[in-house]
Design a protein around this ligand. Structure first.
Ligand code: FMN
Length: 219
């Protein structure tokens, strides 16, 4: 049997899934609970200090007849440092962390002061990127150097904006060349899954990893 929801289920009223609208989250995100890749985007703030911003509303795609690879940051807060940094300097690095460095990367949210080097303050190491003007995180197993391309509001007047960046090049640890799935692989954000038929009082987010399930064969 399938359950159908078009309006927010009554069971969610008064819970995190309801009042989190004020943080920009729609209840559908929690009910539909589609995991998305989790990474740390690093830039230089206009004052020259390294900035770090966890991001997860995101995807990646090839375009331009296969001549380019692009990151789509689907919803970047216009009042955050990431957005402000990109306005001044259109360069960023997308850093993928293994589970071992999840908590250090999350600490950048607490170390979000404008004057702070958010990477060092979180116990991580900031190295200069090679091809763009941005810092990258040494402890992350994969760093994608990117240049800002364009932005668009999903709905006109929104306080978040979709940003497209071209991936210029990549740095990748030896151990990850062949496989970025499994226990030590790319993390996915499982954002506060809600079962409308059994709503819990407390909010739980999860970080997940991927396992290979089907060998789709050669081509
Ligand atoms: C797992 C996770 C995913 C996040 N994804 C996004 C996102 O996609 N867009 C966004 O604007 N903020 C996102 N955030 C919130 C920002 O990381 C947070 O507000 C951060 O402090 C902003 O940093 P900044 O001011 O340096 O840009 C996410 C946070 C977490 C923990």
């Amino acid at each position: 049997m399938k359950h159908s929801y078009r309006e927010m289920p009554e069971s969610m009223r008064g819970t995190f899934g309801d009042f989190s609208r004020s943080f920009g989250f729609c209840w559908k995100e929690f009910v539909m609970s589609v995991p998305s890749p989790m990474f740390l985007v690093t830039t230089y703030k206009p004052n020259g200090q390294p900035n770090a911003c966890m991001q997860s509303w995101a995807t990646f795609t090839s375009a331009n007849y296969g001549q380019g690879f692009y990151a789509i940051l689907a919803s970047v807060n216009k009042s955050g440092h990431l957005y402000g940094s990109l306005k001044e300097n259109p360069s960023a690095v997308i850093n993928f962390m293994s589970a071992d460095f999840h908590s250090a990367c999350m600490a950048t949210i607490q170390n979000n002061q404008y004057e702070a080097d958010e990477i060092t303050a979180s116990g991580l190491t900031a190295d200069p990127a090679e091809w763009v003007n941005a810092p990258m995180v040494r402890e992350c197993f994969m760093n994608l150097e990117c240049e800002y391309l364009w932005e668009k509001e999903i709905v006109s007047g929104d306080d978040h904006v979709m940003i497209c960046m071209e991936v210029i090049g990549v740095h990748m640890d030896d151990d990850y060349l062949a496989d970025k799935t499994g226990d030590r692989g790319i993390l996915y954000n499982i954002h506060y899954p809600v079962n409308p038929e059994n709503v819990r009082k407390t909010a739980h987010d999860y970080a997940g990893v991927l396992m290979k399930k089907i060998d789709v064969g050669e081509y």
